[in-house]
Design a protein around this ligand. Structure first.
Ligand SMILES: CC(C)(COP(=O)(O)OP(=O)(O)OC[C@H]1O[C@@H](n2cnc3c(N)ncnc32)[C@H](O)[C@@H]1OP(=O)(O)O)[C@@H](O)C(=O)NCCC(=O)NCCS
Length: 169
């Protein structure tokens, strides 16, 4: 069977409703209570680090990154990453992750942090955060707190994770 082709584009306002629908389907109403959501909600996502995967004009997937501080370090919080059920296991998630990571490498951030399944994200270079080196303003399963270093300054990424509106420019 033919694999679908995906077009990666920067997220635009016209994609917003379809992305909300995708998040509702993937994470349900409980998403609003998640710690990562609570960190992101005050700052939103960076337009230059928000991408959609389209298939024949339909939303197949979406990824967003938000600016955070981890201690004194400027970093990014990745999420949500979600792929529409009809397009799962066809490479859209991987394409979105690679696009987000490659773009982030050219921006002044130390690292990308996320809360997710290690078994999925390890393929992109994410490692588990050493126990006790970071804290978030709410409960997080430490086994799901994952970090991808982007710069040497990542050594300073320790302490409280909080939204960083100063990065919005
Ligand atoms: C996780 C998700 C984004 C992956 O998207 P996708 O487009 O299906 O991923 P890809 O096609 O690039 O990769 C598929 C591979 O990832 C694996 N995979 C998918 N979810 C996984 C998970 N939670 N843990 C481990 N592996 C996973 C698949 O088994 C497949 O492996 P294979 O290549 O060896 O066959 C998608 O399943 C999804 O939207 N899930 C619901 C929302 C979610 O959990 N988001 C992540 C947390 S923010």
């Amino acid at each position: 069977m033919c694999q679908p082709e995906f077009q990666l584009q920067p997220e635009l306002p016209l994609h917003f409703d379809a992305i909300e629908h995708l998040h509702e389907e993937a994470f349900g109403p409980g998403r609003f209570a998640r710690t990562a959501f609570r960190v992101r909600e005050s700052v939103g996502s960076l337009p230059q680090l928000s991408f959609v995967a389209l298939n024949q004009g339909h939303l197949a997937g979406s990824v967003r990154l938000s600016p955070v501080r981890i201690g004194a370090c400027k970093a990014l919080l990745l999420g949500p990453l979600a792929v529409h059920p009809a397009f799962k296991h066809k490479g859209a998630g991987g394409l979105l992750m690679k696009k987000a990571i490659e773009t982030a490498k050219n921006l002044p951030f130390c690292a990308i942090l996320l809360v997710g399944d290690y078994d999925y994200y390890k393929r992109f270079g994410f490692e588990r955060v050493p126990m006790g080196s970071m804290s978030l303003p709410g409960p997080v399963d430490p086994a799901r707190l994952l970090l991808l270093p982007l710069r040497e300054e990542v050594e300073a990424c320790k302490g409280l994770v909080r939204a960083d509106p100063s990065a919005l420019g």
